[in-house]
Ligand binder design. Structure first.
Ligand code: ITT
Length: 221
């Protein structure tokens, strides 16, 4: 196994996706858990600021301490819905815990049409992720986003969080996201992430893109 990365997160779905992405690159991804309320998330409307504040606090919890050869990673994400001016954004966790996917569908219930292209425009949204890696005193930051729209129905099965209601826009043959309604080589055919396997989600996801951006900056990546 390659170098160890401690991923500070309470979300096993995020760990699974990071493993899917980083194991083939030779990294050994481990979940780092700290007692609840040990890390204080600042109130900020920037997910980058939140992630940076968390990494500063998390360093002392790295097994082996600040001198550890291991890396520490944090990744913060959010769902930004255009028709709601970017809500829930940095409040995504709280909103998911309170009104959930069902509540989001209700908030958009006035945005319905039979025309699938118009629907994908009216209900447009994006997932954004920022991944921060601490490696022996050096800090790297990667950003990723995934454009798509909020479905009219909940599809459960795979994934976590808002996956049951988020449909990604298709990708072209280079893996670049297209616009609403454009057909590309890679498509979930209108299914939210909840209806596809993790290795398919990986092709589209904000998380994969943020990790790609980050690991491309590493000298020995
Ligand atoms: P941490 O312990 O790592 O903070 P979290 O689940 O709170 O885990 P985030 O703050 O990154 O994760 O995510 C904010 C919310 O957005 C939360 O409700 C997640 O479930 C949801 N979310 C993040 N990434 C997602 C993804 O890829 N698919 C679906 N929902 C996602």
């Amino acid at each position: 196994m390659g170098r160890k990365i401690w991923f500070l997160t309470g979300n096993l779905g995020k760990v699974e996706e990071a493993r899917e992405h980083l194991t083939p690159l030779g990294y050994d991804v481990n979940q780092l858990m700290v007692p609840k309320d040990t890390i204080i998330e600042p109130q900020s409307d920037s997910i980058t600021e939140v992630a940076m504040a968390k990494i500063e606090q998390a360093k002392s919890h790295l097994p082996g301490g600040n001198d550890s050869e291991d890396m520490l990673m944090i990744e913060d994400a959010g769902l930004f819905i255009d028709a709601l001016s970017g809500f829930p954004g940095v409040y995504s966790s709280y909103v998911h815990e309170t009104i959930g996917c069902d509540g989001i569908i209700k908030l958009l219930s006035h945005l319905i049409t039979e025309d699938s292209i118009r629907l994908a425009n009216l209900r447009s949204a994006q997932f954004r992720a920022v991944a921060v890696l601490w490696d022996n005193g050096k800090v790297y930051i990667g950003n990723g986003h995934c454009p798509g729209y909020i479905s009219t129905k909940i599809v459960e099965g795979n994934g976590f969080g808002y996956d049951p209601i988020f449909v990604p826009y298709d990708l072209d043959s280079d893996g670049v996201s297209l616009l609403a309604g454009e057909y590309g080589e890679v498509s979930t055919h209108g299914s939210p992430f909840g209806g596809v396997e993790v290795n398919i989600k990986k092709k589209f996801s904000h998380r994969s893109r943020a990790l790609n951006d980050l690991f491309n900056q590493l000298p020995s990546a």
